[in-house]
Design a protein around this ligand. Structure first.
Ligand code: 5GP
Length: 183
């Protein structure tokens, strides 16, 4: 059965998915003095090593074809060739629930037109407008999902950050207490 599941998705089953380098925008009203700091052993358990290796291997494999121009799974979602749970949509932006949520709210926000934005590292001046629209759409999603009091926006850019789909996307995460540092 496991053989039927694409390797790129299997790596998502790691509970340590968020324990990796990424670009993060924190939006939280919590007073720092009230923030929860996990003791070190809770942040990194021994069995995380294998999952992290799988995740890194999948990310490297994805990066190898990142600039091929080939459509990604997100193109199929945009074209409604495969189903997704859409949370917000306008002319330029689509937001849908992540298939492997890492929080009670986990929504991906993507540009409908990739236009060279396979990853944030490829951003140029001409992308300024869509980047702003994506960030604003993330706020709209947070509002719709009722998590405006505290949510996190994550962009994994490149293999070192374990990006697995090369169509720029923002992860909007919320509905539970987030910890810091993320790992
Ligand atoms: P990345 O690892 O590139 O930052 O994030 C890619 C995200 O896309 C992952 O969180 C993964 O769960 C999600 N994803 C991959 N394939 C699909 C899919 O077919 N549908 C949905 N809704 N999400 C997907």
């Amino acid at each position: 059965m496991a053989a039927l599941v694409p390797f790129s998705l299997l790596r998502n089953y790691s509970p340590f998915m968020l324990a990796r380098p990424f670009v993060v925008v924190k939006a939280c009203n919590l007073n720092f003095s009230k923030s929860v700091v996990l003791p070190l052993p809770c942040r990194r358990l021994p069995f995380s090593t294998r999952a992290a290796h799988d995740e890194q291997a999948a990310a490297k494999a994805a990066a190898a074809t990142a600039d091929s121009g080939a459509p990604t799974i997100f193109d199929k979602i945009i074209n409604k060739e495969i189903p997704s749970s859409i949370v917000y949509e306008d002319e330029k932006v689509l937001a849908f629930r992540d298939i492997n949520p890492q929080a009670p709210v986990h929504v991906l926000v993507i540009p409908k037109l990739r236009n060279g934005l396979t990853e944030l590292a490829k951003a140029e001046g001409r992308h300024g407008e869509i980047l702003g629209q994506l960030l604003y759409a993330a706020k709209i999603v947070a509002e719709k999902e009722g998590i405006l009091d505290g949510f996190r926006v994550v962009i994994n850019s490149g293999p070192t950050a374990c990006q697995s789909v090369y169509h720029l996307h923002l992860h909007v995460l919320g509905g539970r207490q987030m910890n810091w540092p993320p790992g």
